[in-house]
Design a protein around this ligand. Sequence first.
Ligand code: SAH
Length: 241
Amino acid sequence: MIFHVLTIFPEFFAGPFGYGVVERARQAGVLDIRIHNLRDWTHDRHKTVDDRPFGGGEGMLLKPEPIFLAVEEILPERTGARQVILLSAQGRLFDQRMANELSGMAELLLICGRYEGVDERVAEHLADRELSIGNYVLSGGELAAAVVIDAVARLLPGVLGNEWSRVFESFEERGHGEGLLDCPQYTRPADFRGWRVPEVLLSGDHKQIRRWRRQAAQEKTARLRPDLLQSKIEDQDFNHE
Ligand code: SAH
């Protein structure tokens, strides 16, 4: 899978993609991440990418021209499997289901906003999707793009050592939680500062362990993320209609 990132801070990405699973996937050739400097598509001496908002107001906006030119050159043919994503606080919320959907695509181009945002014509006439990583405002789309790429990259076939490890995870539909949180996990020592690991996990009784994990995942979800249980109930109601 190919990811393109369009940014005014290309150096930003040396860090996030240089480690662990994503780095291994790049080495293995499962994943190609190409960082593009938006200023390469400007034509004035100062390489201007921003301008003041019409109607007044604080701050600057990224201009449409360089972004349109860049996207048209980097991804000239867009299809269902080759899409342009604008990172934006106003976008649809990115979640595990969407990460799974995006992991089936061939090529994605992620546009990183900065300053007060991006001229709206990019969202209206260029991007296939406008995505937000959460209900808060970041200072730029770079961190958001890194989040999306990381979450999608680890779902690509052959990236995680064990294909089952991605099934038994928070938010995944097929794991013990069925869209809920993952169960609590423990490693050695069995007794750490007097806090003992639940006995059942040491028992070797796999049926009991499965049952415990399911229940523990449900309890933890009810405690920390009751909204997930609620949306699961709503999904079921919807499916029965
Ligand atoms: N004025 C805008 C915020 C601009 S923040 C507003 O109130 O909606 C500058 C850039 O950071 C945005 O263009 C976007 O690319 C990025 N950004 C900020 N918050 C984000 C979020 N929650 N998810 C994804 N990108 C975000």
